[in-house]
Design a binder for this molecule. Sequence first.
Ligand code: NAP
Ligand code: G4F
Length: 332
Amino acid sequence: MTDTTPPNKTALITGLSGQDGSYLAEFLLENGYDVHGTVRRSSVNNHWRIDEVRRTVGDKAAERLHVHYADLADSASLSRLLTETNPGEVYNLAAQSHVAVSFETPESTADVTGTGAARLLEAIRLHNPEIRFYQASSSEMFGSTPPPQNESTELHPRSPYGCAKVYAHHLTINYRESYDMFAVSGILFNHESPRRGENFVTRKISLAAARIKAGLQDELVLGNLDARRDWGFAGDYVKAMWLMLQNDAPSDYVIATGEDHSVEEFCVAAFSSLDMDWRDHVRTDPSFIRPAEVDHLLGDPTKAERELSWKPEISFSGLVELMVEADYQRAT
Ligand code: NAP
Ligand code: G4F
């Protein structure tokens, strides 16, 4: 018999105040969803990305955006939220997401980035195991395994953050296999935007280039310029998250551009887009070198292209220009 139940277009996003949370909320609101998102209490207002979502989608759609306090370290807050919102889809984007910081706070990173996923999966299982669940897995899980990396590549994390993500990744697979839940992981390679946190390397570079051009800053101090990453645009990547939950069967996917660049190449592109030579402004300092580095990430997104018809739309040079232009506008 054909199922005539209308789809439950209510989504819950953990980490709404973050980069991806904001782009995903925007995408879902534009596609008719009611969106519930979590924030944490902070001593200063850090909801600027949520304000941008409201501006972008307009007042009418913004009425379908609902903000809730919850914490991945607080099981009861997650259970309460599921009961209050009754979502059809849950996107677990919340995390302590900074790799270098995870070396300073390994235990709390494990608690939020790793065990947080366990708390949410278990709350979903007990509330309604029919909910479709997305876990924000990471290319950091590949660590030292050489590129190109795909869904079958061996995981060898090189940071407390990477280790926590590996736990959450395997647990998501385990809930799928144990309880037949529609639980999937997107193994996303680095994705950036004008909404990227200022202490990730791309935004640190775009912001500094813009501020130096505007006469507000003298120099930029970085760590390892040789690291290579597969950088895409966050707005393209959140669409892949949604596509994974619309699939007929649950499966995990690598999401990447298939193109890599070094940190130095990002500097060259960012400074030259403002007619500057990066070598006049950038110096390195060993304090930004990590105890263990991930030298080279380059994803193979063939499975996502084939099964989700997903392709990134913004190129590396387009991404750099987008970020530098936005930061230059903000600086002037
Ligand atoms: P982000 O900008 O750092 O956002 C992280 C979000 O998690 C923020 O909303 C943050 O809230 C929230 N959060 C942190 N600790 C929390 C806790 N204990 N309870 C509830 N919320 C908490 O990260 P992003 O770049 O959007 O990334 C989204 C997810 O994808 C993360 O899980 C990240 O690890 C993963 N990922 C990112 C990339 C990438 O390149 N961006 C690649 C692969 C995977 P506050 O705003 O209050 O801090
Ligand atoms: O921008 P990053 O801090 O990103 P990283 O470590 O690759 O992690 C990001 O991507 C992961 C996916 O692969 C996510 F899971 C994670 O949540 C996060 O979004 O550093 C990129 C590279 C590193 O090799 C780092 O050593 O840039 C190098 N780097 C050089 N100087 C720097 C700096 N990184 C930062 N953050 N700051 C610097 O001054």
